[in-house]
Every structure is written in structure tokens, then in C-alpha cells.
Design a protein around this ligand. Structure first.
Ligand code: NDP
Length: 278
């Protein structure tokens, strides 16, 4: 069994992004918008700040209280859209209840949508165009490429169908000629599908949903899930799966760091596109 080491690969990629960013005389800027005080979001934003500092991207943080008016946030995004010094804009999710997430996200200019969550970015992905691919799916594909895991003809089973992870990774796997099955909370007899997977990607946020009895020998496992219990982090996959898997991503240290470094990569792509469009 081999560990798909996202921590190691992400540090290599961050060095590449840093070398790339160093060539430009202007510092790329990533604008991060948060609303409310979700504890997990604070940790994610801090991780993003550290990664930005490392690679030479300047992070601007607009931190709104949960009572902020939606219009104020939308006006700020419009202002950031127009600001030529800003390369990327992200809205940290989840938002407190009562906000129209779709409306706020779709205010972000697609050219600066470094999380790849606007309808334009998602539509482009559906049509097979590469521009700003959502960071988690992009990071998973980088792991496959680095560890030379070829998806062609493989049966990839994805558990979870969100716009953030499940659906975009489905499209990326299809692009690489995998046969894809997607499961969700209404799937009957989940085990029947997971047992058939050559590659199993799990993104549900349900601690240890998948155990050894649900997978076949030699499966490649990508565990996206994060559940925090008393400051400890758990994945969606029970550690007993390591007994039978050929490759597995650890939690923490697998998909998480890859997601953050893909955000750095996307910010630089957007920077180049804004400052030096082809
Ligand atoms: P969502 O809550 O948007 O989606 C969860 C998906 O899991 C849904 O499609 C849901 O089905 C499905 N699901 C829930 N319970 C079950 C079940 N018992 N059996 C089968 N499917 C189930 O979450 P996200 O996609 O945004 O995130 C998923 C997890 O990944 C979370 O833990 C999140 O924290 C983590 N995450 C980690 C990242 C990283 O960098 N490591 C980045 C992004 C997310 P249905 O659609 O029917 O409700």
C-alpha cells in the first residue's frame, strides 16, 4: 500500500508556483471574503494565508459579520472585479443562513473565479474547457498524475455529488476516459457500488462511512472528507481500508494541502490571464 502524499506533492507544487510568481514584478493579489465566524473556515483561511505568504501572493481578507447586508458584499465583489491589481476572488463557504450563496458567487467575475464555482466556470468545465478548475478536483487529478495512476478504462466510483467536489471530479475523470459512477445519500446499497470501484473517491463529510468490507483488494482511495471532533480531524474512510487498498490519501495530509496549493496555482493562472492575456 502506498500513501498518496498530498503534503509532499503540494510543497513541490508551491515551490513551482513561487518560482513562477517570482518572475513577475507585480505581486498577485487574492481577495478572500468571509461572512460570519465558522470555526473551520477560520482554519482554512489561515492555511490559505500561509500558502499565499510562501508563494508570494498577497492575500486581502474581507471579514464580514453575519449581520452584514448581502448588498454590501455584492458591492465589494463588484469593486474587486474592477480592480486590476486583484487576480483572484473567493467566497469562503459555508455562509450563515439567509444569504443567497448562488447570487453572491455569480457576482465574481469568471476571469477571477479561482475557486471555479461560478456558473460560467462550471459550464466551461462541463464543456471540457480548462480554465479555472475547482481546486479540490484539480488537486486530486494532480495526485493521480504524479503517482502515475492512469484512469483510462478504470471504474471510478464517486460518493458525493456537490458542485464543489463530486460533480467536477466526475467530469475530470470522464475527460481521462474513466467509466464513472456517482453515488449520494439516496443511493440504495452503497456497498454494491463501492465494491466495484477500481478508484474510489469519497466526499461526504461522514466520518468513516467507508470501511474495509466495502472495497475490493487493490482499490485506489481518495478521501476528501473532513469531520472535526474535538480538534481532531477524521476522513470519510476508515483506516482499516489501508489493509486492502493499493493507494490511499491520508486525512490530514492528502487532499487538503492539494486543495490549498491548487488555489495558489489558479490565482497565478488568473493573474497571467489578466496581465498578459493570450
Ligand atoms: P456537501 O455536503 O455539499 O455534499 C456531500 C455529499 O455527500 C452529498 O452529495 C450527499 O448526498 C453525500 N452524502 C452524504 N451522506 C451520504 C451517505 N451516507 N451516503 C452517500 N452519500 C452521502 O459536501 P462537499 O462536497 O462540499 O464536501 C464533502 C466533504 O469534503 C466535507 O467533509 C468537506 O469538509 C470536505 N471537503 C474537503 C476538502 C479538502 O480540501 N480536503 C475540500 C472540500 C470539501 P446528497 O446530495 O444526496 O445530499
Amino acid at each position: 500500500m502506498e500513501i498518496l502524499d498530498g503534503k509532499l506533492l503540494s510543497s513541490k507544487i508551491k515551490d513551482e508556483v513561487k518560482a513562477d510568481a517570482d518572475q513577475y514584478h507585480l505581486t498577485p493579489i487574492l481577495a478572500v471574503i468571509t461572512i460570519g465566524d465558522d470555526e473551520a473556515s477560520k482554519i482554512y483561511v489561515e492555511n490559505k494565508r500561509k500558502a499565499c505568504e510562501y508563494v508570494g501572493i498577497s492575500m486581502m481578507h474581507f471579514d464580514y459579520a453575519s449581520c452584514v447586508k448581502e448588498d454590501v458584499v455584492i458591492r465589494k465583489i463588484k469593486e474587486l472585479n474592477k480592480d486590476k491589481t486583484v487576480s483572484g476572488i473567493i467566497l469562503q463557504l459555508p455562509l450563515p443562513d439567509g444569504f443567497d450563496v448562488k447570487k453572491i458567487i455569480n457576482t465574481i467575475s469568471p476571469i477571477k473565479d479561482v475557486d471555479g464555482l461560478t456558473e460560467v466556470s462550471q459550464g466551461r468545465l462541463l464543456m471540457g474547457e480548462e480554465y479555472l478548475v475547482p481546486c479540490t478536483p484539480k488537486g486530486i487529478i494532480e495526485l493521480f498524475d504524479y503517482y502515475k495512476i492512469n484512469l483510462e478504462g478504470k471504474h471510478v466510483v464517486i460518493v458525493g455529488r456537490s458542485n464543489l467536489v463530486g460533480k467536477p471530479i466526475m467530469l475530470e475523470c470522464l475527460k481521462r476516459n474513466a467509466t464513472v459512477t456517482i453515488c449520494h445519500s439516496k443511493t440504495k446499497d452503497l456497498k454494491k457500488y463501492t465494491k466495484e470501484a477500481d478508484v474510489l473517491i469519497v466526499a461526504t463529510g461522514k466520518k468513516y462511512l467507508i470501511d474495509k468490507s466495502m472495497v475490493k483488494e487493490g482499490v485506489v482511495v481518495i478521501d476528501v472528507g473532513i469531520t472535526r471532533i474535538e480538534k481532531k480531524i477524521y476522513g470519510d474512510v476508515n483506516p482499516d481500508v489501508m489493509d486492502v487498498a493499493s493507494y490511499i490519501t491520508p486525512v490530514p495530509g492528502g487532499v487538503g494541502p492539494m486543495t490549498v496549493c491548487m488555489l495558489m496555482k489558479n490565482t497565478l493562472i488568473a493573474y497571467k490571464n489578466i496581465n498578459d492575456p493570450k
